[in-house]
Design a protein. Structure first.
Length: 167
């Protein structure tokens, strides 16, 4: 298994289990997992030119692993800890996923195809997102849900990041 800093390009692995329904892809030890049942959707993303942003989003997670002492295990433990802090049973699984600091960084920068080339120490913006309390994240999430016209990446860049800049 390659260490996170040895991965510059995501390899796609097709399977029947992960990610869970409702999600297109997930990064797992440097590989992007896509369910076989999402094959047509992925082919459409390629045709529409959107796949590069999904690949970039997942590569940001690899670079986040570099920033956690180049350790897959530390990255996954921190990711799961942040997910659990969001209390998914009470606040909902979508909230716990989307408002996770690691996902906030990935969504904020998925459209910047140069983002992964900027910092040799890995993607570290998640550390700033981590400073937003769960209570603040819940308020932001409520705002996002009430304004369902906006995409999540737009929301992060125009409503969450400005909150960080005020700190």
């Amino acid at each position: 298994m390659k260490k996170p800093n040895e991965i510059d390009k995501i390899e796609i692995k097709w399977n029947n289990i992960l990610p869970f329904p409702g999600y297109l892809a997930m990064t797992f030890f440097g590989k992007m997992l896509i369910r076989k049942s999402n094959k047509q959707k992925w082919e459409n993303y390629i045709k529409w030119g959107v796949s590069k942003y999904v690949l970039n989003h997942e590569l940001i997670h690899v670079k986040q692993s570099v920033s956690t002492n180049n350790s897959w295990w530390k990255f996954y433990l921190l990711y799961i800890w942040e997910w659990l802090k969001a209390n998914p049973l009470f606040n909902g699984f979508k909230f716990a996923y989307k408002m996770n600091p690691f996902e906030l960084e990935a969504y904020a920068n998925e459209n910047d195809l140069d983002y992964n080339n900027v910092n040799k120490d890995g993607a570290t913006q998640w550390k700033q997102f981590k400073t937003i309390s769960v209570k603040q994240r819940k308020q932001l999430w409520k705002f996002f849900k009430e304004n369902n016209y906006m995409t999540f990446d737009y929301f992060v860049n125009n409503h969450v990041i400005p909150l960080l800049l005020k700190k």
